[in-house]
Write a protein that binds this ligand. Structure first.
Ligand SMILES: Cc1cc2nc3c(=O)[nH]c(=O)nc-3n(C[C@H](O)[C@H](O)[C@H](O)COP(=O)(O)OP(=O)(O)OC[C@H]3O[C@@H](n4cnc5c(N)ncnc54)[C@H](O)[C@@H]3O)c2cc1C
Length: 448
């Protein structure tokens, strides 16, 4: 039970909050209009401006409002479907290319942060993934070995008796570590991208919603709430915050709420005792929990699906807190200082995308992993717009399929979540049984 009511704004905004900004006036004639000033729009703008294009960015809200300053800051570059599903859907060659581009995208982000001297608390600490059962541990350990052998990425299985080296919990039957994933401060990263983009002369118009784009033969009209302008190319980067100004795209994405809670300051020593290597953390549960120490090492941040009961945010916060205490029982009774949510954009095949509809370019569908994907895809789509040969990407393909909806809502999502929750309950029951058997075996050994 929570003792006090947490702030409902992101913990990250304490260091870098959304701000009002608008370049002087809107140019009526320019090269590229970008809709949405998150990581994708900003990274595309940076590349385009450096390639000599005149760019204007339109953002509906204050700068730093969208998912890019609300996320967990994991530089995971996950692709949601597992390898088997990717092979089934796209064939073995394409599946291999997707995995390979993931490695490139993660590397690109690390180099980009270093080259641009981005101050966003980035630390390549590695990620620990906990396995709920022994069978899941075997699978994680096998994948880690394969990743190291075939891709040269430092990764290894963590047997149950070594879990405490990474995380002070008894709920895992083992786990795995991969060292090519780290964490950053998402809002600082976003603010740094704005700094870089403005330095290249890009005009950013905050609180200036794009209401419609009308395609022309060689120029397109961008109708904004502050007037209409013409651009040769248009790029839409609105992802989970896509509104009805682009109904076509809206019908192809499912915006899902993800919620993060932050503990009060626990102190560096206490956090280190819970997460000795200060790694990014997750586990094999289907409901996708992600958690981490704050970049200053003084708090724990815990994220998961935002399950609201009759729209009550207190319920969703309590639920995250219960899960946090399930992992770290000793955190019962600590205060939660912040609890917030944001929208991630899912699409039907759960693969991020670059595509074109008519003359309009899109970069979207990051499925909760846009810290790596949005900068990469933003850069790739910018290369495509400028006609660079290296723009080739296996994420550049047909638009996502239509999502079946009822009264504008993806009616099937509650069913999907109920199935995931059922799967987790089954796995947790199996895990509890395994722990019990292990305890009784240990007890018998002591008795002997
Ligand atoms: C709670 C949470 C946790 C997450 N954790 C992680 C994580 O740990 N690691 C990870 O890799 N990813 C994570 N993500 C996902 C990641 O944040 C996103 O994939 C990424 O930020 C998407 O960037 P973007 O530029 O595409 O969109 P956004 O940053 O969402 O920007 C889109 C912008 O478009 C604007 N917009 C919409 N419509 C219009 C319009 N008509 N006119 C003008 N502007 C418009 C919106 O206001 C918004 O600012 C998380 C997301 C959330 C919400």
């Amino acid at each position: 039970m929570l003792k006090t009511r947490p702030k409902d704004t992101p913990y990250w905004w304490e260091a870098a909050q959304p701000f009002r900004y608008s370049s002087d006036e809107i140019d009526s004639n320019f090269d590229v209009a970008i809709v949405g000033a998150g990581y994708a729009g900003l990274c595309a703008a940076l590349y385009l401006a450096r390639a000599g294009r005149k760019v204007q960015l339109f953002e509906r809200e204050k700068l730093g409002f969208g998912a890019s300053s609300r996320n967990g800051g994991f530089t995971s570059g996950n692709i949601r479907p597992d390898n088997k599903s990717l092979i089934r859907k796209f064939g073995i060659e394409r599946a291999k290319k997707i995995a390979a581009e993931g490695h490139q995208a993660r590397r690109y982000l690390i180099d980009f942060i270093a080259q641009e001297k981005i101050n966003a608390d980035f630390q390549l600490v590695g990620r620990f993934c906990g396995a709920m059962t022994r069978a899941e541990y075997d699978e994680l350990a096998r994948s880690a070995e394969l990743l190291e052998r075939e891709e040269g990425i430092e990764s290894y299985g963590v047997p149950s008796n070594e879990v405490h080296r990474h995380i002070a919990t008894d709920i895992y039957a083992g786990g795995s570590v991969r060292m090519d994933i780290g964490g950053l401060h998402p809002a600082k990263f976003h603010a740094e991208l704005i700094r870089l983009v403005l330095a290249e002369g890009v005009k950013i118009h905050g609180e200036c919603r794009v209401e419609r784009v009308v395609q022309g033969s060689d120029k397109h009209t961008i109708i904004t709430e502050k007037g209409s302008v013409f651009a040769r190319d248009v790029l839409v980067c609105t992802n989970g915050y896509t509104d009805h100004s682009d109904r076509w795209l809206r019908q192809r994405l499912v915006p899902l709420r993800s919620r993060i809670i932050a503990t009060e300051e626990l102190g560096e020593e206490r956090v280190k005792s819970l997460v000795p290597g200060l790694k990014m953390l997750t586990d094999t549960r289907a409901m996708s929990y992600y958690f981490r120490p704050s970049p200053d090492g003084k708090r724990i941040l815990f994220g998961g699906r935002d399950v609201t009961s009759k729209g009550d945010p207190a319920y969703a916060t309590e639920r995250n807190f219960t899960e946090l205490c399930h992992v770290f029982p000793e955190l019962q009774g600590v205060n939660i200082s912040h609890s917030w949510f944001g929208y991630v954009a899912m699409n039907r095949d759960m693969v991020p995308r670059i595509f074109k509809r008519g003359a309009i370019h899109y970069a979207t569908g990051f499925c909760g992993s846009g810290v790596v994907w949005a900068p990469w895809i933003g850069m790739k789509v910018a290369q495509k717009i400028t006609g660079m040969p290296e723009s080739e990407s296996c994420f550049d393909f047909r638009p996502p399929r239509l999502v079946p909806t009822w009264r504008g809502k993806a009616w099937f999502m509650p069913v999907v979540f109920a199935n995931l929750a059922r799967k987790d309950r089954k796995v947790e029951a199996a895990a509890a049984k395994e722990r019990l058997l292990e305890k009784s075996a240990n007890f018998q050994n002591v008795e002997k």
